[in-house]
Design a protein around this ligand. Structure first.
Ligand code: BGC
Length: 353
């Protein structure tokens, strides 16, 4: 009993001490853009959870403009932020700005996207990005029945990934391609355009418009259409690019009855609506509330001088060494489970999806 009282007393003395130390402690949160739904959600979650934990938050969105993000980060450093949380636009463009943070001993957490070629990043919090790619790839193996197909009756596919300056595409595209390559090699899966390299399939800034343009070009040059050349599936690494692909396929005359299988990621509202309409087959749900929770835990630990929780010390090399990481779990999503994932979990209101 005495021991319990002693522990309680110690806590009572230490906790207010930590709370007092946190009062006014400032965290800078740099997000790439407000244009895509996911980053608005990420920014809002991070701000809410950090404020709940007692921090003052400087949240900035950089409008997908690298120079804007650099200057926002510089302002966070001069504005005396104690920790920086950064989701980069171009993972290789922040070295100088973050070296400035290191000089002032401000720890930097890379948020969702790894920041490359600098040793000024302390930790990385993200999802298992390779698993995202394998979930998408395995879905295609299953739905295209690739295990039972023969070369005389192959399935036809085109490939799209995201921004070449985002390290995540190595994992999304890599995971999907590792899963699908055996079938491309054996000829039961065919990409008529021959565009299967990461560079050929990249979509700058994950732009819907760029995705749509490339899909329109593929439709024209290969003659794809419900009454034209056969197209069974389009691999897309995420929802913003899938949206462009779907727009082009709808314009080419495809309907729910004959729509090629389009993959995605993020469960953007627009893509959930397309899943309900039958113009996108699946997505991958990444609960950004969990990611925010993990990052707040990292911020707490860094400010208390303890070790943040990590679960991966092998995967993410940023060119200067491995960055210790926490990987959250991505989950397969389609019309059968989107309600449980998005609505019942309290993320969206029933009217929005
Ligand atoms: C994120 C994806 C997102 C994409 C475009 C990636 O870095 O991991 O969730 O779809 O950026 O914003």
């Amino acid at each position: 009993m005495k021991k319990i009282i002693a522990v309680l007393l110690a806590c009572a003395l230490v906790l207010p001490c930590f709370a007092a130390k946190k009062k006014g402690t400032k965290v800078g949160v740099s997000m790439p853009t407000k244009d895509l739904q996911r980053w608005n959600q990420d920014g809002a979650n991070m701000k809410a959870q950090l404020e709940k934990a007692g921090y003052v938050v400087d949240l900035q969105y950089a409008n997908n403009d690298i120079a804007t993000q650099v200057s926002q980060i510089e302002n966070m450093i001069t504005g005396k932020c104690n920790v920086l949380v950064v989701a980069s636009i171009d993972g290789s463009a922040l070295k100088n700005a973050l070296d400035g943070a290191k000089k002032k001993r401000i720890p930097v957490i890379a948020y969702d996207r790894l920041i490359m070629n600098t040793n000024s990043v302390s930790y990385y919090a993200t999802f298992d990005n390779y698993k995202v790619g394998t979930i998408q790839g395995e879905y295609l193996v299953d739905k295209l029945n690739l295990k039972n197909r023969t070369k005389s009756d192959p399935a036809y596919i085109e490939f799209f990934t995201g921004s070449p300056d985002d390290n995540n595409i190595n994992f999304f595209f890599g995971g999907a391609m590792d899963t699908l390559k055996p079938y491309l090699d054996s000829g039961v899966l065919v990409c008529r355009s021959g565009q299967t390299s990461k560079a050929q399939c990249a979509t700058l800034n994950w732009s819907t418009e760029e995705g749509q343009k490339r899909m329109e070009n593929l439709i024209t040059s290969n003659g794809y259409g419900p009454r034209g050349t056969k197209l069974d599936a389009v691999y897309s690494s995420n929802d913003s690019v899938a949206m462009g692909i779907t727009n082009a396929l709808v314009a080419a005359g495809y309907t729910k009855a004959n729509f090629p299988i389009v993959t995605g990621q993020d469960c953007d509202i627009g893509s959930v609506k397309n899943m309900l309409k039958g113009t996108q087959a699946m997505s991958v749900f990444k609960d950004t509330r969990t990611l925010a929770e993990k990052v707040v835990g990292m911020v707490d630990a860094l400010l208390q001088g303890t070790k943040p929780e990590i679960n991966d010390t092998k995967t993410y090399d940023n060119g200067k060494g491995i960055v210790p990481s926490y990987l959250c779990d991505p989950v397969y999503a389609d019309v059968s489970n989107y309600k449980a994932l998005l609505v019942d979990s309290g993320l969206l209101h029933r009217s929005s999806a």
